[in-house]
Write a protein that binds this ligand. Structure first.
Ligand code: NAD
Length: 267
């Protein structure tokens, strides 16, 4: 396989499971060194890092809560100390704390906003600071740096019972686009991947029983659940110079979930 990201240094948040893990592994296969950020579960994170090293790239597991400013700054300092800087940030860490709106607690609201939105802000800010400090390395990429935000179809599809989550992803959309506009002239590219329903631990209720999976299919014109690798392949493209003219884009990888599936049978 051609190693499109050889000698690039990537940081993936929430990389010990699900989509983040698949992206971290694919980055390693594409030749990038990867800092595997995780919140808890040392063994899982170390296993991802070991698998990346097995594919010939460098990898370190690093525990940080992305919603904590001092910890995020420390994580980027480690990246600089170990590898001299960063070329690719994948803002993936995220969670849900679901509740009917009138039962939603302030801690449920704050936790989701703090991790899904503020966490992306804190990591993107440190990445932009690092990109500007480092300068361009034309031998590895035409861009000064790349930021990939993992958003959701729920940056545009309203989601009853998940108001905090939908608000956080709607926030990610305009965080991403405003930042992309602000740093485009520096040749920093900022884009989002918006997954539909992907088979990961975050949404086990939606696919672990045959009944749930069948009802999920009514939302997916392509009639299959997404796999983490579907997202990882898109991330590699966004991280590489193949997408050098793409910035400020929300790329929906959703099997057509946005195509008003309720109208499939003539509405
Ligand atoms: P997941 O639960 O496997 O992954 C989320 C990861 O984020 C976990 O490893 C978790 O430990 C980590 N995390 C949570 N809080 C953190 C914190 N404070 N600091 C650092 N890490 C933290 O689920 P996933 O589906 O792989 O989710 C990854 C991203 O994809 C999330 O942003 C999610 O919103 C988004 N997404 C997922 C789907 C889907 O269908 N699975 C759809 C749309 C968007």
């Amino acid at each position: 396989m051609e190693q499109k990201l050889k000698r690039q240094r990537a940081l993936v948040t929430g990389a010990s499971s699900g989509i983040g893990k698949a992206i971290a592994l694919e980055l390693g296969r594409a030749g990038a060194d990867v800092l595997v950020n995780y919140l808890r579960g040392d063994d899982e994170a170390e296993a991802v890092a070991a698998a990346i090293r097995g594919s010939g790239s460098r990898a370190i597991a690093h525990q940080t809560d992305v919603s904590q400013e001092d910890q995020v700054i420390g994580m980027f300092q480690r990246m600089t100390a170990e590898w001299g800087g960063i070329d690719i940030l994948v803002n993936n860490a995220g969670l849900q704390k679901d509740a009917p709106f009138d039962e939603m607690t302030l801690p449920q609201w704050n936790t989701v906003i703090n991790v899904n939105l503020t966490g992306q802000f804190l990591c993107a800010r440190e990445a932009v600071r690092a990109f500007k400090r480092q300068g361009k390395r034309l031998e590895v990429s035409r861009a000064l740096g790349k930021i990939i935000c993992i958003s959701s179809v729920h940056e545009v599809i309203p989601w009853a019972g998940h108001v905090n989550y939908a608000a956080s992803k709607g926030g990610v959309m305009l965080l991403m686009k405003s930042l992309a506009q602000e740093v485009a002239s520096l040749h920093i590219r900022v884009n989002s991947i918006c997954p539909g329903a992907i088979r990961t631990p975050i949404n086990g209720d939606a696919w672990q029983t045959p009944g749930a999976l069948q009802s999920l299919m009514s939302l997916i014109p392509y009639k299959r659940i997404g796999e983490p690798e579907d997202i990882a392949k898109t991330a590699i493209w966004l991280a590489s110079d193949d997408s050098d003219y793409v910035t400020g884009a929300s790329i929906f990888v959703d099997g057509g979930m946005l195509l008003y599936p309720g109208f499939e049978d003539n509405g």
